[in-house]
Write a protein that binds this ligand. Structure first.
Ligand code: SF4
Ligand code: SF4
Length: 420
């Protein structure tokens, strides 16, 4: 699973609660200077929970970051997430969107090291080119002990875990314990599965602990059955649909004929990447008329289910000429609000940093240390710089740092794809 649900974050102006944050009036930051506030090294914050203050009420948690001065809400029941802009020291609104958090709001965790579905060749057969190369890579799953450590570090700081990796999380030997650990640490677990070999027990466990489950669209009998079984059991069920050059026609057809399965909560469109088994020839192109048609359908939405996209696709919407409410869209959130941890306890900006260029080992570092590492800062600096001179960089930060060929922008995609 990747950071797809981040586009559901609503960014808005919220009046801060002065009593909750207890800030002094002596701080000198102006609205503009907030953007320049660096993410501070962890030694400044021996206990981040004294900097990020959480208040739980009913199904909603409100967190206030006293250092960066912004607020974020999360509803444990609906999954709704709202983030404010920065506030001034006088608790006034600013128009400046928060660039990066002091700690990830959502962590993508690859608890699986190997994939029986991928090994069977069914992924490839369905037309999905696994970015994790589940066809041939075989590594151990994350241990329960390591998972518990991650959850303890994220407690009261992170809202959600997206479980995935190289395989179906429901096949992990400690599947239930892992989900239970999330809830014990006030974290909502979600996961993505192929639905292959799904058992009734796994469905019941999912119903008990998960916020939502996503079934990858492998257009197979087991895909449709898994979706139906989750829905029948009352599990909030999403579809993860990888958009590539070859799947566009089908996606458009399913949308236009209203043929996605009845009862799904959301269909999330994910960008194909030239990673693992993913071929660069299948990358979407900004000047493909079908891509534009797809964006129109995404804008139009559906009456039956919610429609989402991954942050990687947002640049395409920004460049589509269509009007979108930018409060509901955020571009790549890697190192800004999200990160990925693999089964071997390495932390990356996102799961597509397959060469480990920006990786940090969690065997020697805490998550806070990795979040503030040189590698993560370097990644953020590239986003912060964006594309010089382009007015849209305020919204898209120059697009994907890792794979320029997926950035649906005329200025970048022309001539860049051939270099990848
Ligand atoms: S030129 Fe860069 S900043 Fe401007 S829209 Fe394209 S990717 Fe985004
Ligand atoms: S770094 Fe690239 S692949 Fe990773 S989440 Fe951002 S846009 Fe997507």
């Amino acid at each position: 699973m990747d950071n797809s649900l981040i586009t559901n974050v609503k960014k808005t102006k919220i009046q801060p609660d002065k009593k909750l944050i207890g800030l002094g009036k002596s701080q000198k930051n102006t609205a503009e200077s907030f953007k320049e506030v660096p993410v501070r090294a962890p030694e400044f914050f021996p206990d981040l929970r004294k900097i990020i203050i959480s208040k739980y009420k009913g199904d909603v948690v409100t967190r206030y970051d006293c250092n960066l001065r912004y607020k974020y809400f999360f509803n444990y029941k609906t999954g709704e997430a709202i983030r404010s802009n920065y506030f001034t020291e006088a608790f006034e609104y600013t128009n400046t969107d928060v660039f990066a958090a002091n700690f990830p709001h959502m962590v993508d965790i690859g608890i699986m090291g190997h994939c029986s579905h991928g090994r069977s060749g069914l992924c490839l057969k369905s037309g999905v080119q696994c970015y994790q190369n589940g066809l041939s890579v075989e590594k151990p799953n994350m241990s329960l002990e390591n998972f518990k450590r991650i959850a303890a570090e994220c407690k009261d700081l992170t809202n959600q875990f997206a479980l995935g990796g190289r395989g179906d999380p429901n096949e992990h030997e400690n599947f239930e314990e892992i989900l239970k650990t999330c809830r014990e640490n006030h974290i909502v677990p979600n996961y993505t599965t192929s639905g292959f070999d799904l058992t009734d027990e796994q469905i019941l466990i999912s119903k008990k602990y998960c916020g939502a489950v996503a079934v990858s669209w492998y257009r197979s009998d087991y895909t449709y059955k898994a979706i139906q079984r989750f829905i029948d059991a009352g599990v909030k069920t999403n579809i993860h649909y990888v958009l590539n050059h070859d799947t566009l026609d089908e996606a458009i057809h399913l949308f236009e004929t209203d043929s996605f399965p009845q009862g799904v909560n959301a269909v999330i469109f994910l960008t194909h990447k030239p990673v693992g088994l993913g071929q660069k020839e299948k990358c979407l192109r900004y000047n493909d008329t079908k891509v534009h048609r797809m964006f129109k359908l995404i804008k139009q939405g559906s009456r039956r289910f919610k429609v989402g996209i991954d942050g990687c696709l947002v640049v395409g919407l920004i460049n589509s000429g269509l009007r979108f409410d930018m409060r509901y869209l955020d571009t790549c959130e890697a190192t800004r609000f999200t990160c990925y941890i693999d089964a071997d306890m390495n932390m990356f900006p996102c799961s597509f940093d397959i060469n480990g260029q920006y990786g940090v080992s969690l065997r020697e570092n805490t998550i806070a240390q990795a979040w503030n590492s040189e590698q993560f800062q370097q990644f953020r600096n590239i986003l912060r710089e964006g594309c010089k001179g382009c007015e849209k960089s305020l919204y898209c930060y120059g697009g994907c740092v890792l794979h320029k060929s997926i950035v649906l922008c005329p200025s970048l995609q022309e001539g860049v794809c051939s270099e990848q």
